[in-house]
Write a protein that binds this ligand. Structure first.
Ligand code: ZN
Length: 166
């Protein structure tokens, strides 16, 4: 069976930047399993998976624009240190912040006398990525999975998705 929209794909991947620096990999962990077409993956990687099948291995070059987006200088800003009162902060620290764009991850770049420089760009924005992918399995999504927008492992919804059922 070939991968298309609304199929469930199980795969391993590793990803590196243009210079061959390893960024992330699933090979030592659980594979990813997700429904194609739900926005689970970055667009460029999802496109590369279409028409592949179980057992396929391939390399996909994903430019930043089809990955985590280009960098926007406007997302870098200085905020008053007082915003972090009571927090131990250091450069490189990430936290969730509510902004005009909604919830996003923000990274502390630099701590100055009065201000803290933060960056709301995704850490992988502006980076062209190379993925090595191994397709472990492909199946149709069930109607229930499509309705929920996520996969159900053995045991159904609540066994698969911690946030789904209380
Ligand atoms: Zn569900």
């Amino acid at each position: 069976m070939n991968i298309s929209k609304n199929t469930v794909v199980k795969m391993h991947y590793s990803v590196m930047d243009k210079d061959g620096n390893a960024i992330d990999s699933s090979f030592d962990n659980e594979p990813l399993e997700f429904i194609i077409g739900t926005g689970f993956l970055i667009p460029g990687l999802e496109t590369a998976l279409i028409d592949k099948k179980e057992g396929d291995t391939f390399t996909a070059e994903v430019p930043a624009a089809e990955g985590y987006g280009e960098r926007h200088d406007g997302l870098m800003q200085a905020v008053p240190k007082s915003m972090f009162e009571g927090m131990e902060i250091e450069p490189g620290m990430q936290f969730r912040a509510t902004t005009d764009e909604g919830e996003q991850t923000v990274i502390i770049i630099e701590i100055q006398d009065e201000d803290v420089v933060i960056d709301g760009n995704h850490p992988l924005s502006g980076i062209d990525l190379t993925f090595d992918v191994e397709v472990l399995g492909v199946r149709e999504a069930t109607p229930e999975e499509l309705e929920h927008g996520h996969i159900h492992k053995e045991g159904g919804c609540c066994a698969s998705n911690e946030d789904c059922c209380d």
